[in-house]
Design a protein around this ligand. Structure first.
Ligand SMILES: NC(=O)c1ccc[n+]([C@@H]2O[C@H](COP(=O)([O-])OP(=O)(O)OC[C@H]3O[C@@H](n4cnc5c(N)ncnc54)[C@H](O)[C@@H]3O)[C@@H](O)[C@H]2O)c1
Length: 256
């Protein structure tokens, strides 16, 4: 039997990058996957890739910054498949790459809205469904930037630190409900988010990637599938005694 057979998994930001790889992996492990995203084209392609791979999936439009939208999408998923067992809080944005004293309040707020409020809304509205199913697993995408500092992306660092701590608090609140909550901390993973950072860097995409590669002791940046594998573990009953933990998948970045 596959590890996620019978489980219904919801992934936010499931259209691209780590989210898309996670949707595919969860489906390969036997889950019914609710691909959600505000990018309808990317989300539809992610769903279609699962179906072409003999998996079961559907797409729901979901902007994690809309509390009503979150609540309605989760109701729709539960109506369709009867339960929700796993939530992957993956949707996230990098925000501006300027020193903190040059970040505008609206720029700061935008990152917090997606990366922090989005995790709050999705967690708040999935918990009743998980309680109704007798438990569940919530996996929050933090980052190495939620553990260590770097002189870039100040709002992003703050948001990922918040997600790391929200994870531990939520793990304690929901342990008695059989709901596990864990965070994942990727190093740099080559996705559209990082490709955009590379394009905006001014040093050229190839030079940017080489610099990033060298920052990881293993010698290169990661792939979305490296993170999807860790998320699938935390989603599954193999991790039934794991809650409030931090799964670092970073090619050794934070060991230095
Ligand atoms: N790529 C990395 O190096 C890296 C490292 C550490 C952590 N992370 C985290 O992993 C997660 C995924 O990152 P990625 O690199 O795959 O990003 P990405 O930009 O490649 O993909 C993000 C997806 O989220 C969606 N999204 C953005 N805002 C949304 C919103 N408001 N509501 C719903 N969906 C929204 C986008 O449409 C997109 O499909 C993020 O939380 C990111 O912070 C990424």
């Amino acid at each position: 039997m596959k590890r996620l057979e019978g489980k219904v998994c919801v992934v936010t930001g499931g259209g691209l990058g780590i989210g898309a790889a996670t949707c595919l992996r969860l489906a390969e492990e036997g889950a019914r996957v609710a691909v959600t995203d505000l990018d309808v084209d990317a989300g539809g392609k992610s769903r279609d890739a699962i179906i072409s791979n003999q998996g079961e999936a559907d797409f729901w439009f979901l902007d994690v910054t809309s509390q009503n939208g979150v609540s309605e999408a989760f109701e729709g998923i539960r109506e369709r498949w009867g339960r929700i067992d796993v939530l992957v809080n993956n949707a996230g944005i990098a925000g501006v790459n300027t020193p903190p004293d040059e970040v505008r309040a609206e720029e700061w707020q935008e990152v917090m809205n997606v990366n922090v409020n989005g995790v709050f809304y999705c967690t708040k509205h999935v918990v009743p469904h998980m309680r109704a199913s007798g438990g569940g697993s919530i996996v929050n995408l933090s980052s190495i930037y939620g553990i260590v500092g770097a002189p870039d992306l100040p709002a992003y660092h703050a948001s990922k630190g918040a997600v790391r701590e929200m994870t531990k608090t939520d793990a304690l609140f929901f342990a008695k409900d059989g709901i596990r909550v864990n965070s994942v901390h990727p190093g740099f993973i080559w996705t559209p988010l990082v490709e955009k950072l590379a394009r905006d860097s001014g040093e050229g995409v190839e030079a940017f990637r080489k610099t990033l590669d060298e920052r990881h002791p293993i010698g290169h940046v990661g792939e979305p599938e490296d993170i999807a594998a860790g998320i699938a573990y935390l989603a599954s009953d193999d991790a039934k005694f794991v809650t409030g933990s931090e799964l670092v998948i970073d090619g050794g970045y934070t060991s230095q």
